[in-house]
Design a protein around this ligand. Structure first.
Ligand SMILES: [Zn+2]
Length: 214
């Protein structure tokens, strides 16, 4: 029954979107029959890259899974402006749900990278959350917003927003942190340090695109 409503809701959303703005490919501008940021041919322009570990501390690395490097059509998808922004995040989530090596990813929970309140107001929504929502739906894994981002005089920092009483339920779970792009890994490193208080079995990073120099 839940699945039926999900499908119904999606179809309704597509119909409304098609009326508001007919779908066309953001790259080659051809009209599309179904709502999508890119046509199937343009999606093939995304060059996949292999998983590459990120060092967090000496002797501690986490795997990073990405659709590709941050350039070309993928960069365009992530920086998609105006109306298609939210759609681009959903599409990125769909691509990530299907086109990374899920057989090798250990995933019990997806955790979106948070924005602080100023960023949220400026952007209107959190792309990482929208991407994670799509992945959670397609991969049928729970989404938990376990992190909060704040700012002080020393810059941004993260806290785990789980009470002590609830922390135990995340112990020995495989956590996958989701973000749209990893350029420098500063924020992700901070977030991973903080998440370790939950004593998860593993932490992995899943991003739409990554810079190849970190
Ligand atoms: Zn196209």
């Amino acid at each position: 029954m839940v699945t039926f409503f999900k499908i119904y809701y999606r179809q309704l959303k597509e119909i409304i979107s098609a009326i508001i703005s007919p779908p066309f490919c953001e790259h080659c501008k051809i009209f599309l029959e179904t709502r999508s940021v890119f046509c199937d041919e343009c999606k093939l322009l995304i060059r996949p890259i292999v998983s590459h570990p990120l060092q967090i501390d000496p002797g501690f690395t986490v795997p990073v899974y990405a659709l590709g490097s941050y350039n070309g059509i993928l960069k365009r998808l992530i920086t998609a402006k105006k109306y298609s922004n939210l759609l681009a995040s959903h599409q990125l989530g769909q691509l990530l749900s299907q086109h990374v090596a899920w057989k090798t990813i250990k995933c019990d929970i997806v955790v979106p990278m948070p924005l602080d309140w100023r960023e949220r107001i400026r952007q209107g929504y959190n792309p990482a959350y929208e991407i994670a929502k799509e992945i959670a739906l397609v991969r049928e894994v729970p989404l938990k917003s376990l992190l909060t981002k704040s700012q002080d005089n020393n810059g941004s920092f993260f806290t785990v927003n789980v009470g002590l009483g609830q922390q135990l339920q995340y112990a020995r779970k495989h956590i996958v942190i989701v973000d749209d792009v990893m350029l420098n890994a500063l924020a992700l490193r901070k977030a991973i340090h903080v998440l370790q208080v939950l004593k998860p079995a593993s932490i992995s990073i899943l991003v739409g695109a990554r810079s190849l120099v970190v």
